[in-house]
Design a protein around this ligand. Structure first.
Ligand code: AMP
Ligand code: MG
Length: 479
């Protein structure tokens, strides 16, 4: 067995919860193992960067257990509301929890798969992931991390050599297996499942696991385990929704099985970044009503939190749950001001003025239809001279932008030395609008040319280092 460095801190606590929470499953023996992505930064953080290609393959393609870790893969049990309809048929249908370990902040992280084969919850699905799906998840996670969003990471991807058939892609299409590193997979839907079967004991055990291992601040809450957990989930999810809004990100599928109690963003399917500010902008082609449109994300998250509250009502006082939920609108308002100012690199003034500034900023974005990402890039740390020499200078000088100019001038920059980073000398920021994503996928699909994908990841890395939005926060590494 290999010896791993001290930075590798295994802690398979979810498995210790026992068989009511997951099913033991077996990984597929894939015909091919072509390495497509390995997250060096996060591998180093988790003490796994010393693995050579043979060991990587053994653990992240064949899924042999990591040392002192989970002895077998576990398909996690959960249900969920999908587009507001309760579905008791779901669960980990194409993935499993593979291992757990602590990061240097002491956070308990899951190594979990996507595309690793069928499970008891696959229904009619093949349990597989398309290579394009894996590529898209890498891009979303990398970009969100660069934009300061609390997000899961893609740990690694192997292409697996199976022809897959999908209605929404030219078929057959290529297959992959991905390992994700997440601050838990304790979905709202897991509590819903146990409540559905009227198992208040399991709701209680899962809540105890969450409070002890994932959201420690909830332990100090006067309302006890259930109320405390919902309060934490409300605060953390409000922050997440605010971060998505400031990133111009549309998750696409905010079902209750795609939200976790740690408030970490995860599971990137039909996501899109906004081309320009547009509240009705929708990501998923199957979201016919625009339920999960950009501007409806905070409301969708709040609706999902209410379902979590319903499940927790088996173990908590009604009043405590109602109080926790009632806090969401204020948590969100506070978080959205903070998120926009953080992305712009500006100090806050006071709540009222900051709220008015964010509104004026979004009004200007809506009226001008400027490319969303470019506006943050141009105005980062409030440098008027830089903004006014950008390709968008004429619009910035116009009357429509006057409240933004004034609001920026009134606020001090935060760490303006960041503007010296090479990223800000680029003519344009990296922006993953759909055309960019399709543009980097086409050469891969047509002649296995990964150069545009690699160059995009390089540019995202530069954005991450340049913006440096995660400094000092758990979930972000120093560059
Ligand atoms: P999602 O909307 O991607 O979060 O997935 C919802 C449910 O569908 C989960 O239970 C997934 O495991 C399951 N699922 C999605 N794609 C597949 C597939 N190809 N095979 C089996 N299950 C799948
Ligand atoms: Mg999901």
């Amino acid at each position: 067995m290999i010896t791993l460095p001290e930075a590798y801190r295994p802690d398979p606590s979810f498995a210790a919860l026992g068989p009511d929470f997951a099913d033991v499953v077996a990984p597929v023996n894939f015909p091919k193992a072509e390495p497509r992505s390995w997250n060096h930064r996060w591998a180093r953080e988790m003490g796994l960067d010393g693995l050579d290609e043979t060991a990587r393959r053994r653990h992240f393609h064949r899924f042999d257990p990591l040392p002192d870790n989970q002895s077998a893969p576990l398909a996690i049990r959960y249900h969920g509301h999908q587009f507001r309809t309760y579905n008791p048929e779901i669960g980990d249908g194409r993935g499993f929890l593979f291992a757990q370990a602590r990061d240097s902040h002491g956070r308990l992280l899951d190594f979990a798969t996507k595309g690793s084969g069928q499970t008891p919850y696959s229904r009619s699905g093949d349990g597989r992931l398309t290579l394009k799906g894996a590529v898209r998840e890498v891009l979303a996670a990398e970009m969100l991390e660069a934009l300061g969003v609390y997000t899961s990471k893609v740990f690694c991807v192997y292409e697996t050599g199976e022809p897959l058939h999908r209605g929404d892609e030219p078929s057959p299409t290529r297959s992959a297996v991905m390992t994700r590193l997440s601050h838990s997979h304790v979905r709202f839907g897991a509590f819903q499942r146990h409540a559905y079967f009227d198992r208040s004991d399991l709701v209680g055990e899962l809540a105890a696991y969450a409070v002890e291992s994932l959201v420690p601040e909830a332990a100090a809450h006067p309302e006890g385990r259930g109320g405390g957990l919902l309060d934490s989930a409300c605060r953390r999810s409000a922050e997440l929704a605010a971060q998505w809004m400031a990133a111009g990100f549309v998750h696409g599928v905010l079902n209750t099985d795609n939200l976790v109690v740690t408030g970490e963003s995860f599971d990137y399917g039909p996501w899109r970044f906004l081309p320009h500010f547009e509240p009705g902008f929708t990501a998923a082609y199957f979201d016919h009503s625009g339920l999960y449109a950009y501007g409806r994300q905070p409301e969708s998250v709040f609706w999902a939190l209410q379902q979590l509250g319903g499940a927790l009502s088996l173990i908590a006082e009604r009043e405590a749950l109602i109080d926790a939920l009632a806090g969401f609108p204020d948590h969100y308002k506070r978080a959205v001001r903070a998120a926009f100012l953080h992305r712009l690199g500006l100090e806050p003034l006071d709540d009222e003025a900051d709220g008015a500034f964010v509104t004026a900023f979004l009004d200007a974005l809506k009226a001008t239809r400027l490319p969303f990402e470019a506006v943050f890039f141009d105005w980062f740390c409030g440098d008027q001279a830089r903004a006014l020499s950008s390709p968008r200078a004429e619009t910035y000088k116009s009357e429509l932008f006057a409240p933004v100019r004034d609001g920026v001038a009134a606020r001090a920059p935060v760490r303006p030395e960041r503007l010296a980073h090479a990223y800000f000398a680029r003519p344009e920021p990296v922006h993953l609008v759909i055309e960019a994503v399709e543009g980097l996928w086409a050469p891969i699909a047509e002649h296995d040319d990964w150069s545009v994908f690699d160059a995009t990841l390089e540019a995202i890395s530069e954005a991450r280092a340049g913006y440096d939005l995660g400094r000092g926060r758990p979930g972000f590494l120093e560059d």
